[in-house]
Design a protein. Structure first.
Length: 119
């Protein structure tokens, strides 16, 4: 399971520190969780699965898919998270500002919005 935790983190493009922050843990906790033989608590399993949309059966056994991907929205959200996590802080701020601008534009175009909601 320890290797699978490392695999999740690297698949998302997160450092141990970033991964820890998203779980409300410290970086050394993630280092321990990734060490072979370290016992992963049920609480840590639930937190990882909830925060990162990870399939608990896969995390426990290695069988199946890493992420829940019931629809395209889940994959898009994971892709966005991966891209965001790979950016420098300045570019993250830029991405957030651009997203806010798009949201504002979308609101100003509603209800004649030609983009529609694709959820």
């Amino acid at each position: 399971m320890n290797d699978r935790i490392r695999m999740i983190r690297t698949e998302l493009g997160l450092t141990q520190k970033q991964f820890a922050e998203k779980l409300g843990l410290k970086q050394n906790s993630i280092s321990n969780l990734e060490k072979d033989g370290y016992t992963v608590t049920p609480q840590n399993i639930r937190a990882i699965c909830a925060q990162f949309n990870v399939d608990e059966h896969w995390l426990r056994t290695g069988e199946g898919s890493i992420f829940h991907s019931d629809d395209n929205t889940d994959r898009n959200e994971q892709t966005l998270l991966k891209v965001y996590s790979s950016l420098s802080p300045d570019f993250r701020d830029c991405l957030i500002q651009n997203a806010r601008n798009l949201l504002s534009l979308q609101k100003s175009l509603a209800p004649s919005n030609s983009f529609g909601s694709r959820r």
